[in-house]
Design a binder for this molecule. Structure first.
Ligand code: ADP
Ligand code: GLC
Length: 500
C-alpha cells in the first residue's frame, strides 16, 4: 500500500458541527481530519436534516448528479445530493437530501423521545441512497466505513448485490459499533421492504433474530472488519449477555475480525486555555480561572456560592448512563457536603424525578433539562468532579474532556471508562480519577465519599489537577490504529451469499 492514498468513505447519521445527538457526532467530527492528516482521501455521507444550517456551512447542491433514486418498499424515492467542505479541512461531506425523511425535527426520534414510525423505511432509504450516490459519483473506494445500525445495511447490499460490480472490486467494509443496545430490530417484512429476499428470513440465519429482523446482526455478519470504540468494550460485548444484548454469540463468532480502538478527543474544541464558551480561561500553569468558572456554574444553576465540592453531569438521561443507581443513591448523596449540577435530556421518568429533586434541594442541586453546548463546556470547566456511573460505556468522551479541564472523573470501571480512568493515589501523585466496579447505588455512594476524602487535601488536588490536565487523549494514536485496520479491511467483506 505504500505510496498510495487510501480512499475511505465514512457513513454516519451524525457529524459535528453539522448535526449532533451524542458522541458519535464528536467522533465523526474529529476522525476524518486525522485520517486526512495521515494521507487518506476521505469523504463522508450523512443525511441533510432540517436543522442543518445550509447557509452557515455553505452547502451547495450537486445538479450534475441529477435526481437520484433509492428503492424502498418497491417504490423509487427521489433525492438529491448536496455537498460542503468539512470546516478547516479539504474533506467533502455529501448530504442526502430528501424532504419526506429529513424534513422534520429530530435526528432519530420526536421531541418527546418516541421513535419515528417510519424508522424502517428511513433506515433503508439512507443506506440505499448512500450506495446509489457512491455509484453515481463513481467513487472507487478502498473502504466503506459504516457506523451503528443506521448505516449497517450497506455491507449487506454490497455483498448481496454488488459482488460483480467492478467499481467495488477492491472495496472492503468496516462496521463500527458505538452502542450495541440500539440494534434496529423490525418486523420480518423489513427484508422485502429493503429489497432483500424474504426467504432469507430463516431461524438462526443473519436475517433473523428472535422472530424479527435485526439490522445490527446483519451488519456484524456482512462486514469485513468490525470495530468498537474501546478495547474493554470489545471484550465485554463478546463475553456476556449483559453487554452483548443478545448479539454476544455473533460477536464471539466474529471475534478474530473484531477490533477495539479507543476514541480520542479534539483538543482544540475542548481547551481550557482558548475555550470561548467558558467564563474564564485557565491552564495547568495558572489554575486561577477555574474558580471563576465554578462561581459561574453556581450562578447559572441558581445555587448559593460556597466552597463545597461541586459534582457535574452532562449526559443523555437514560438507563445506560447509570441514572437508575444514581437516583437510588440521590437522597443519601444530598446529605453529604457537596453540590450537584445536571445537564441533560432523555427519558421522561428522569426529567420528572430530577425536577422534583431540584425543588426539594434548591441549595444543593441544580438541574437543566436542555441540550446546550455552552453549559456543557462550563460544567467541564467549573466542576471539581464529573460523574459517569454508566451501566455500560462503549467509550465515553466526557471523562476525557473533564481531564483537560482539571475536573476529576468519578466513573464506573466499564468499557472506555475503564480504559481511560485509573484511581488517584491519596497524595495525588498517580491516577486521574475515582473508579468503582459494582453496578450498585452503594458502590456509587462509596465512590463519591472517596472523592470527598481526596478533596480534603488541597495539596493533593492541586498536584493531581495540574498533572491530569496534561494527559494526552488526542486522536493521534487511535487514528493510526484506524489506518492499520483500513489496510487490513481493504477488499474484504464479511459473509458472501450468491443466491439473491
Ligand atoms: P453518548 O454518545 O453515549 O451520549 P459520549 O460521552 O460519547 O456519550 O458523548 C456525549 C457527547 O454529547 C458529549 O460531547 C457531551 O458533551 C454531549 N452531550 C450530551 N448531553 C448533552 C447536553 N444535554 N447538552 C450538551 N451536550 C451534551
Ligand atoms: C456511543 C457511546 C459512547 C461513545 C460514542 C462515540 O454513543 O454510548 O460511549 O463514546 O458512541 O463512539
Amino acid at each position: 500500500m505504500a505510496g498510495k492514498r487510501m480512499k475511505i468513505a465514512l457513513v454516519t447519521t451524525e457529524i459535528a458541527p453539522f448535526s449532533k445527538v451524542g458522541g458519535l457526532a464528536d467522533v465523526l467530527g474529529a476522525l476524518p481530519d486525522q485520517l486526512e492528516g495521515l494521507g487518506c482521501e476521505v469523504t463522508v455521507f450523512t443525511p441533510l436534516y432540517a436543522e442543518i444550517d445550509r447557509r452557515k456551512f455553505h452547502l451547495e447542491p450537486l445538479p450534475q448528479t441529477g435526481a437520484l433514486k433509492a428503492s424502498v418498499n418497491g417504490r423509487e424515492i427521489e433525492y438529491t445530493l448536496s455537498r460542503a467542505r468539512k470546516p478547516g479541512t479539504g474533506i467533502t461531506v455529501y448530504f442526502i437530501d430528501n424532504d419526506k425523511f429529513y424534513g422534520r425535527r429530530g435526528l432519530y426520534t420526536t421531541e418527546t423521545g418516541e421513535a419515528f414510525k417510519d424508522e424502517d423505511e428511513r433506515t433503508i432509504f439512507f443506506n440505499r441512497a448512500v450506495l446509489e450516490a457512491i455509484k453515481s459519483l463513481k467513487l472507487k473506494l478502498d473502504v466503506i466505513h459504516c457506523n451503528d445500525f443506521h448505516s449497517g445495511l450497506i455491507p449487506v447490499y454490497l455483498s448481496l448485490e454488488e459482488a460483480e460490480n467492478p467499481l467495488f472490486k477492491d472495496t472492503g467494509t468496516v462496521f463500527s459499533v458505538h452502542n450495541l443496545a440500539y440494534q434496529g430490530t423490525f418486523e420480518p417484512e423489513f427484508l422485502s421492504k429493503a429489497g432483500i429476499n424474504q426467504e432469507f428470513f430463516q431461524p438462526m440465519s443473519p436475517f433473523e433474530f428472535w422472530g424479527r429482523v435485526n439490522v445490527m446482526k446483519m451488519s456484524l455478519m456482512f462486514s469485513g472488519i468490525i470495530s468498537t470504540v474501546s478495547k474493554t468494550y470489545a471484550q465485554e460485548i463478546t463475553q456476556s449477555e449483559d453487554y452483548g444484548y443478545g448479539l454476544e454469540g455473533v460477536l464471539n463468532y466474529r471475534r478474530d475480525d473484531l477490533v477495539g480502538i479507543l476514541n480520542g478527543i479534539d483538543p482544540d474544541a475542548w481547551n481550557p486555555e482558548t475555550d470561548r464558551l467558558i467564563e474564564s480561561n485557565f491552564s495547568f500553569r495558572d489554575l486561577s480561572g477555574k474558580v471563576k468558572n465554578r462561581d459561574r456554574v453556581l450562578e447559572e444553576f441558581s445555587l448559593p456560592p460556597g466552597k463545597a465540592p461541586l459534582f457535574g453531569i452532562v449526559s443523555r438521561l437514560v438507563d445506560q448512563k447509570g441514572f437508575d443507581i444514581l437516583s437510588e443513591a440521590f437522597e443519601k448523596l444530598m446529605k453529604l457536603n457537596l453540590k450537584f449540577v445536571i445537564l441533560g435530556t432523555g427519558q421522561q421518568k428522569y426529567h420528572k424525578l430530577y425536577t422534583e429533586l431540584a425543588r426539594k434541594y434548591p441549595r444543593k442541586l441544580g438541574v437543566k433539562l436542555l441540550y446546550d453546548n455552552r453549559i456543557a463546556h462550563l460544567i467541564e470547566a467549573g466542576c471539581d468532579f464529573f460523574l459517569m456511573p454508566s451501566k455500560y460505556e462503549p467509550c465515553g468522551l466526557n471523562q476525557m474532556y473533564s481531564l483537560r479541564y482539571g475536573t476529576f472523573p468519578v466513573v464506573r470501571a466499564t468499557g472506555g471508562l475503564k480504559d481511560t480512568i485509573q484511581d488517584l493515589s491519596p497524595r495525588g501523585a498517580r491516577g486521574n480519577g475515582i473508579t468503582f466496579e459494582e453496578y450498585s447505588s452503594q458502590a456509587l455512594y462509596q465512590a463519591v465519599q472517596k472523592a470527598l476524602r481526596f478533596f480534603g487535601s488541597s495539596a493533593a488536588v492541586e498536584k493531581a489537577r495540574r498533572r491530569i490536565m496534561q494527559e494526552d487523549h488526542s486522536w493521534k494514536n487511535s487514528a493510526r490504529e484506524y489506518l492499520k485496520m483500513y489496510q487490513r479491511a481493504r477488499g474484504r467483506m464479511g459473509m458472501r451469499l450468491t443466491k439473491r
